[in-house]
Design a protein around this ligand. Structure first.
Ligand SMILES: Cc1ncc(COP(=O)(O)O)c(C=O)c1O
Length: 420
């Protein structure tokens, strides 16, 4: 199995970070494409090639990063027309894309069918009907998987997206009627299989296996009750990776030990050539990213030290604690300029007028000084893509991508006036 680095930035010197800050301005993001590629390969190796690895673009849609992953990843999970365009611009084959989302518009479905998206993961009867109409109008067939909202409420997932009433997928109890509907429209639909994405931030290998077993039960039902065959079985993913604890992430080895025999046994029960897919976002890219900001100001307030930086929730909402997390926790911070200074307990604030704009609360850091660079580790997933970039009108950060040791601009910094 490829070896994974806990922190791909530990060997970059203070001088190198400062040179990047001077060339590209602060704050900036830096992503290590080599680290992401190693993780993709590690998943594939762990399962001995039994599963394909798709990358969930929503975690980080940076064009430079997508281009860097193109020859490594098996495909992409996309969730909008914008991500479809970005994937095509990055050079991906439309057949290697899987499109999920509960409100795909007619324009998005049309673009998907025209470009030949490999799997439109249909989440409602309305969407199926719209695919049929669009495909017939174009004289094509829409390639679909059926996204199922399982009955199983999988407690192993920190953020649950299935197993209860939800906007995602077709309720497992309803699938037999929906399958009949699909069978009645096979002139316009090319049915590829099923898709279950039940949640995110799962650290428990047995929990993933439980979810997969419930998905395979659905596949058996599809095949026992209809002439449809599930060549593609998208198992979702949601492998956990902690932003707080450097060592905590889904144990791939343990997962493969438990899951490989399940997949092997299932594949052996029929002559259909199965394609098992994991679509992973956070697990692949979170570790690869660092967000770098400069200390602009320092003060003491009622006995507590505050260092205010030019980076904060407008670029890194997750680190300021309010994107999807139930509890606010400090991301791992590093003083990049003086790592050997005596440690001090302090707060690292962002520049906005919002009291939640704190990248670190009561953290211990080598004592920062004005002008120092502070790094937020594990910032590669749901960073800029999930942040309110126009809030308070600051420039967006440059996003840099390291590949084969070279650092290049993956997206330039842009002023607010560029968005008018
Ligand atoms: C359908 C789908 N696939 C994949 C992902 C990626 O999840 P994660 O970043 O937890 O791997 C998500 C996240 O919301 C999703 O909704």
């Amino acid at each position: 199995m490829a070896s994974l680095t806990p922190d791909p930035w530990s060997s970059l010197s203070a001088e190198r970070f400062e040179a990047l800050a001077r060339s590209h301005g602060t704050p900036f993001y830096l992503y290590d494409a080599d680290d992401v590629r190693a993780r993709i390969q590690a998943v594939r190796d762990a399962f001995d090639g039994q599963v394909q690895v798709y990358y969930a673009v929503k975690a980080n849609p940076n064009l430079g990063l997508l281009r860097a992953l193109r020859t490594t990843v098996d495909g992409l999970d996309i969730s909008s027309g914008g991500e479809l365009d970005q994937a095509l611009l990055a050079g991906y084959d439309a057949a290697a894309l899987s499109f999920a989302g509960p409100a795909k518009s007619r324009a998005e479905l049309t673009a998907s069918i025209v470009s030949g998206v490999g799997c439109i993961s249909v989440e409602s009867v309305r969407e199926i009907d719209e695919c049929v109409q669009v495909a017939r109008g174009l004289g094509k067939r829409a390639c679909i998987t059926m996204r199922v909202n399982p009955q199983l409420l999988n407690r192993a997932f920190g953020m649950k997206m299935g197993g209860r009433a939800t906007q995602f997928g077709i309720d497992e109890e309803e699938i037999s009627g929906v399958l009949q509907h699909i069978v009645a429209h096979l002139d316009a639909l090319d049915f590829r299989g099923v898709h279950v994405y039940a949640g995110s931030q799962c650290f428990d290998a047995a929990g993933v296996v439980e979810g997969v077993e419930s998905t395979l039960k659905v596949v058996r039902e599809v095949e026992a009750t209809t002439p449809l065959r599930c060549m593609t079985i998208n198992l979702g993913g949601g492998f956990g990776l902690s932003h707080v604890d450097a060592a905590k992430e889904m144990d791939l080895g343990a997962l493969a030990t438990l899951l490989s025999p399940v997949l092997r046994d299932f594949a052996a029960t029929s002559s259909v050539r199965r394609r098992f897919v994991f679509e992973l976002g956070r697990y692949l890219v979170a570790n690869a990213g660092i967000y770098v900001a400069r200390v602009i100001s320092a003060k003491t307030s009622r006995g507590k030290q505050f260092f205010a930086t030019d980076g904060g929730l407008h670029h890194q909402l997750a680190a300021a604690g309010t994107f999807g997390a139930a509890l606010r926790t400090n991301f791992i911070l590093r003083n990049l300029t003086r790592s050997d200074a005596a440690p001090t307990r302090c707060n690292i604030a962002g520049p906005s007028c919002n009291p939640t704009d704190l990248l670190g609360i009561d953290v211990e850091l080598p004592a920062p000084e004005i002008g120092d660079l502070v790094g937020v580790l594990k910032s590669g997933a749901y960073g800029l893509t999930a942040s309110p970039i126009l809030f308070l009108g600051r420039d967006t950060p440059a996003e840099l991508v390291r590949m084969d040791g070279r650092i290049e601009v993956g997206r330039r910094s842009r002023p607010m006036t560029d968005f008018n």
